[in-house]
Design a protein around this ligand. Sequence first.
Ligand code: CTP
Ligand code: ZN
Length: 163
Amino acid sequence: MMNEDEQQPNNEKERERIISFIREGTVIDHIPHQKIFDLVRILALHKNTDGTISIATNLPSKKCGKKGIIKVEGRFLTPEEASKIAVICPHVTMNTIQDYRVAQKINLTLPRIIKNIVTCNNPHCISNHERIPTMFHVLEESPLKIKCNYCEIIVHREELIIP
Ligand code: CTP
Ligand code: ZN
């Protein structure tokens, strides 16, 4: 008979194995647990009809207290998707898996200028009327505070509009 420890592994690595390894695709790791469902929305995972998607949250992590992991089988993220993730939660790790091996590991970082990702909150801003890419300057990273390049409105993390 299994004892309780075996059924509910406490060790970080053991817990990660609760979600299967994938053969090919993307593993987003070290996600702050409160951000996990924001990423699901941003990556439109609810609309992903091919390939297994595994989402685990409240996993213990030495790096960030509690963390989440998202594994998307058979899908590789575009640079634009990676940038969106970095804006919502900088410092996550994006692993590309090929033939069951980690082929690429990127520690995402927030760029100093965020281009074409965030919609300006100011309805009168030129970026909401002309066909020009939105552009924000990062003033503070944590908590996030950014400034529109065009109308100079300041946008805080909780006001972010990411379509
Ligand atoms: N992984 C997976 N399928 C594979 C290989 C790896 O799902 N075929 C997952 C692992 O479970 C882990 C992540 O991809 O969540 C990164 O794998 P690896 O670099 O081996 O793990 P760590 O060394 O713990 O990563 P880090 O140093 O970034 O914490
Ligand atoms: Zn603006």
